[in-house]
Structure formats: structure tokens, C-alpha cells
Design a protein around this ligand. Structure first.
Ligand code: SF4
Length: 111
């Protein structure tokens, strides 16, 4: 029997593990000034501690440190926003909002 667990399985299970403490990167309420890179899509008040933990562990950020070469909008786990200029969502983060210009360590072109 093959006991290997994929990275994706570990990440999905990570969403189910409660994790204490909620102090992490400075994200607050949703907002949009018309620029996807300036939007804040992650509302900490709407997240469970487990969801916060996954974002922290994967180093989610609203603005990609890789410029436009690696952003949520080009990631295989990204779901496009319902309206242009809005927040998208991420399969890794239980389909919760992410910034199209954001990034995390799970960025991939191959889901
Ligand atoms: S996996 Fe990371 S880079 Fe990809 S859409 Fe989700 S938050 Fe963005």
C-alpha cells in the first residue's frame, strides 16, 4: 500500500486543523480603489483560525513579490472574480477571496 501523501492533500487537510492564535500579516477588510494590486481581499474577521493559519503558512500576500510573473490571477487554483476588478477566490483557501495580484507559496500553473 502506498502511504505517500501529496502536497495538495496535506494542504487541504490543513484547512481542517484548528490552529490557535490569529495574529498574522496585516490584512483587514475588503476594499477596492480600482487597482487589483491595491485591493485587500482577505477579511480576517470572516475567517476561522484554521483559514488564517493556512494563509500564514503559505505566506499569502495581497501583492505578489514576483511582479506580474507569478500572481493569483495566473495560478491554477485561482477562480476569476464575478466582476472585473474584484477579488477572485482560491481553491486552496476554501474558495475564499484572494487578490488577483496576490501570491502564496502554493502558486502553480499545474493544478
Ligand atoms: S494557491 Fe496561492 S497563488 Fe494560487 S490562487 Fe491561491 S493564494 Fe493565489
Amino acid at each position: 500500500m502506498d502511504k505517500r501523501i501529496s502536497r495538495r492533500t496535506i494542504l487541504k487537510r490543513g484547512l481542517q486543523i484548528p490552529f490557535g492564535g490569529s495574529v498574522f500579516f496585516g490584512l483587514a477588510a475588503c476594499g477596492n480603489d480600482g487597482s487589483s494590486s491595491a485591493m485587500v481581499c482577505a477579511d480576517l474577521n470572516m475567517m476561522t483560525s484554521a483559514e488564517e493559519s493556512v494563509r500564514r503558512t503559505l505566506k499569502y500576500t495581497e501583492i505578489s513579490p514576483h511582479g506580474s510573473s507569478k500572481v493569483c490571477a495566473s495560478c491554477a487554483f485561482f477562480n476569476a472574480p464575478a466582476q472585473d476588478g474584484g477579488c477572485g477566490s482560491c481553491e486552496i483557501f476554501a474558495r475564499k477571496p484572494v487578490n488577483p495580484g496576490g501570491y502564496c507559496d502554493s502558486w502553480s500553473v499545474d493544478a
